[in-house]
Design a protein around this ligand. Structure first.
Ligand code: ZN
Length: 203
């Protein structure tokens, strides 16, 4: 399986990193080895001094597809979860300055904790899903699927023009404003509506 991540999908977050608001989705990928599932901690990597959390809604692909039309895109996922796109911001900044790819800042081991998944029928409105991240019990990020620049259907359709989607692939759909650093000893909690989905100590 593969993990596809959408960048700059919330206007306020694009602004906070001084990025332009895109006219098409921006995406990048993480390998399967980036996943953290269950109750395992996040181990702070030794190549960075500025690892940031980015909380994101995550779609789980349930059907093989390429060149998916937007009007059919909703049939390609059934479950929604929440994940954290850990980013070595210092490393990413150097990559950007040099015009290099960001992989080492985004794709490292443990950079993608993911919750269990909830069937989409359990949400009242897929365009009004609330989610949040707290660090040491202080809320640091709050998002809502209705604030996304590119909605789930647009993302699935766009990505599948370039990359075939397979059963079990995950799509991180972008982070709202409020990204920031973690340090060893922090605890992150991600909530979907009012349910705690991720409880992650940073070691
Ligand atoms: Zn992200």
């Amino acid at each position: 399986m593969k993990i596809i991540c959408i960048g700059r999908n919330y206007i306020e977050h694009a602004h906070e990193l001084n990025n332009p608001v895109p006219s098409q989705p921006v995406f990048f990928m993480k390998p399967e080895t980036a996943l953290i599932r269950g109750r395992l901690p996040f181990f702070y990597p030794d190549f960075s001094r500025d690892v940031h959390y980015e909380v994101e809604l995550v779609l789980k692909i349930n059907k093989l597809g390429k060149h998916i039309q937007e009007k059919f895109a909703h049939t390609y996922y059934e479950h929604i979860g929440i994940g954290i796109d850990f980013t070595a911001r210092d490393v990413q900044t150097i990559c950007k300055q040099k015009g290099l790819p960001w992989e080492i800042a985004k794709a490292f081991d443990g950079s993608a904790p993911v919750s269990t998944f909830i069937h989409k029928e359990e949400f009242k409105d897929l365009y009004d899903i609330n989610f949040a991240l707290s660090k040491n019990d202080t809320v640091v990020q709050k998002g809502n699927s209705g604030m996304m620049i590119f909605n789930f259907e647009k993302i699935i359709s766009y990505v599948s023009q370039f990359v075939t989607l397979k059963i079990g692939d995950l799509i991180f759909t972008g982070t709202p404003a409020g990204v920031g650093p973690v340090v060893s000893g922090d605890t992150l909690k991600a909530t979907l509506e009012d349910q705690i989905m991720i409880h992650l100590p940073v070691k």
